[in-house]
Design a protein around this ligand. Structure first.
Ligand code: C2E
Ligand code: MG
Ligand code: MG
Length: 449
C-alpha cells in the first residue's frame, strides 16, 4: 500500500468517526440515547416532571431496574458484547412497554440501569417483575444474570430529582441478588442508608482496634435424664461498638458481603478461633470441634482450602478441630461450592451444611452434596406444631439414614429439646442450652467439663 493511499484511508476513518460523533450528539440533543435508542435520562425526567406538574394531585410510580453485577458481563465477554447485551435489553424493554401500554414513559438511565414511570393506579410491582422476567428470560439465562427493581411512589407536586435517588436506594436495599427481586422505597431508607454508610466508614478501624470479637455458642449431645455433654461450639462474630453497643451480624454482614470486607472479617474469625483452640489445648482442656461460618463470597477466593490448611498448620492445630458452616441455599446457586466442600473435606476439615430446610432444593442437596454434618434450624419450622414435628422427624431420619450427622439449632425450649432427642437428633444448639458467649465464658465452660 502506498503512503498516499494509507493517508486517504486514515482520513476516511477519521471522517467516519467524526460523522459518528456528530450523529451521536444529534441523537443526544434530540433526547435519544445513542446506544440503546431509548429516551435518555434528561428526556425521561423532563417528560415526567412536565406531566407531574400539570397533574399535581395524581400519584405516580418511578421504577428503575439494574442488571446485577453487569460488570461481570463486561469482564467475561468484553465491553462490545456488554453493549450488545444492553441493546438487546433495551429492545426487549421497549417492546414490553409498548405491548403492555400502561407506562407513561420509559428510558435508559445510563450504565446498566433502565427506568419507567407509571400512574400509581396502573402499576403493580409483582406484575412488573413478572413482565421483566419473561421479557429477559432467554438473555438472563444465556449470560447468567439477575435483575433488581427499585420503586418509589410520589405525588405529582413532589416530583423532583429525588425520585432517582429514592428508587436507587430501594434497589440497593435488595441483598439477595440470586434471583430477580423488587423493593419499594420508604422513609426509613434514608436513615438506614446513613447508618450503613457510617458503619462502612468505621469498619476497618474497628477491626484494627479490636472491636470485632468472636462469641462462642456451645453445642450439646443430649441424653436421657437431662444429661448432656458439650460436643462443639459455633463461632459467631459480634461488633462491640463504642457508642452503639453490641451490634449483631444481621446488621453488618450483608453490608460487608456487598463491600467485600466480609473476607477480612471471616478470616479474622477463623484465625481467632484457631488461636483460641491452640490456647485451650495448651492449657490441657478437652477441646470440642468448633464450627465457623463461611460466607458465599469467600468461596470465590482461590486457594481457600490451602490458606485454611496453612492457617491451622501455622498454629499446629489439626484440621479435624474445625468445621466450616456453609448455608444450604448457597449450594444451589454455585457450582464452585461443591469443589470447595470436597477440598475442605479432603484436607481433613469438617463441612457443615447450615440452615438446612430453608430452601426448597434441600432434598436434592441431601442426594448430591456429601457433607459431614447437617444443621436444621428449628426457627424455619413454624406454624402448625404437628405438621412441623412430622417434617422434622422425617428429615432427621433421612439424614441419619444417608450416614450424615445431624444437629438442630435454634432450640429454645425444653419441650423442643426433648422432642429432638426423642426422634434421634441428639446434637443441639440454642438459647435453651446457652446463648453465644464471649471467649472468657466459653473457657470457663471448657474448664468445668
Ligand atoms: P447461623 O450461622 O445460622 O447462626 C445461628 C444464629 O442463630 C446466630 O445468630 C445465633 O446467635 C442464633 N441463635 C442460636 N440459638 C438460637 C435460639 O435458640 N433462638 C434464636 N432465635 N436464635 C438463636 P447471629 O449470631 O445473630 O448470626 C446470624 C447469622 O450471621 C449466622 O447464622 C451466620 O449466617 C452469620 N454469621 C455470624 N457470624 C458469622 C461469621 O463470623 N462469618 C460469617 N460469614 N457469617 C456469620
Ligand atoms: Mg452457622
Ligand atoms: Mg444456621
Amino acid at each position: 500500500m502506498g503512503q498516499s493511499e494509507h493517508t486517504r484511508e486514515t482520513v476516511n476513518l477519521e471522517r467516519l468517526q467524526k460523522e459518528n460523533d456528530r450523529l451521536r450528539k444529534l441523537l443526544h440533543s434530540s433526547g435519544i440515547d445513542a446506544l440503546t435508542t431509548l429516551w435518555n435520562k434528561v428526556t425521561l425526567f423532563g417528560s415526567i416532571f412536565e406531566t407531574a406538574s400539570s397533574h399535581p394531585e395524581e400519584r405516580y410510580v418511578f421504577v428503575r431496574w439494574d442488571v446485577n453485577n453487569f460488570h461481570l458481563i463486561n469482564e467475561i465477554y468484553g465491553t462490545q458484547e456488554g453493549d450488545r447485551v444492553l441493546k438487546q435489553l433495551a429492545h426487549q424493554f421497549d417492546a414490553m412497554e409498548r405491548q403492555e401500554g400502561r407506562a407513561l414513559y420509559w428510558g435508559y438511565m445510563g450504565n446498566d440501569s433502565f427506568a419507567a414511570c407509571y400512574l400509581r393506579k396502573d402499576f403493580d410491582a409483582a406484575r412488573f417483575q413478572g413482565l421483566i422476567g419473561s421479557a429477559f428470560a432467554e438473555i438472563e439465562a444465556k449470560y447468567n444474570f439477575t435483575i433488581s427493581i427499585g420503586m418509589c411512589e410520589f405525588a405529582g407536586r413532589e416530583a423532583d430529582n429525588s425520585i432517582a435517588d429514592k428508587s436507587l436506594m430501594a434497589l440497593r436495599s435488595i441483598l439477595n441478588t440470586s434471583q430477580n427481586s423488587y423493593a419499594w422505597y420508604d422513609d426509613s431508607f434514608r436513615e438506614r442508608a446513613r447508618e450503613a454508610q457510617e458503619l462502612t466508614g468505621e469498619m476497618m478501624a474497628a477491626l484494627r482496634g479490636g472491636d470485632f470479637v468472636p462469641f462462642f455458642q456451645p453445642q450439646y449431645t443430649c441424653y436421657a435424664n437431662e444429661r448432656k455433654e458439650l460436643c462443639g461450639a459455633e463461632a459467631l462474630i459480634r461488633w462491640q461498638h463504642p457508642t452503639k453497643g453490641l451490634i449483631s451480624p444481621g446488621i453488618f454482614l450483608p453490608l460487608f458481603e456487598k463491600n467485600g470486607f466480609i473476607w477480612d472479617i471471616d478470616w479474622f474469625v477463623w484465625e481467632s478461633t484457631v488461636r483460641y483452640i491452640r490456647q485451650w489445648l495448651d492449657q490441657g482442656y478437652h477441646v470440642p470441634r468448633i464450627s465457623v461460618n463461611i460466607s458465599r463470597a469467600d468461596v470465590f477466593h482461590t486457594d481457600l482450602v490451602q490458606n485454611l490448611l496453612s492457617l491451622a498448620g501455622g498454629y499446629g492445630v489439626s484440621p479435624e478441630y474445625l468445621g466450616f458452616e456453609i448455608t444450604a441455599s448457597a449450594y444451589s446457586e454455585m457450582d464452585r461450592l461443591r469443589e470447595v466442600t470436597d477440598g475442605l473435606r479432603e484436607a481433613g476439615f469438617r463441612v457443615v451444611m447450615d440452615d438446612f430446610g430453608d430452601t426448597s432444593a434441600s432434598l436434592d442437596l441431601l442426594r448430591d452434596v456429601p457433607v459431614d454434618q447437617i444443621k436444621i434450624d428449628m426457627r424455619f419450622i413454624r406454624g402448625d406444631e404437628d405438621r412441623a414435628r412430622t417434617i422434622v422427624k422425617n428429615i432427621v431420619a433421612t439424614i441419619r439414614e444417608i450416614g450424615s450427622e445431624v444437629i438442630a439449632e435454634g432450640v429454645e425450649t425444653k419441650e423442643v429439646a426433648d422432642f429432638l432427642r426423642y426422634i434421634g437428633c441428639r446434637n443441639e444448639q440454642g438459647y435453651y442450652f446457652a446463648r453465644p458467649m464471649p471467649e472468657e465464658d466459653f473457657e470457663k465452660l471448657l474448664i468445668s467439663q
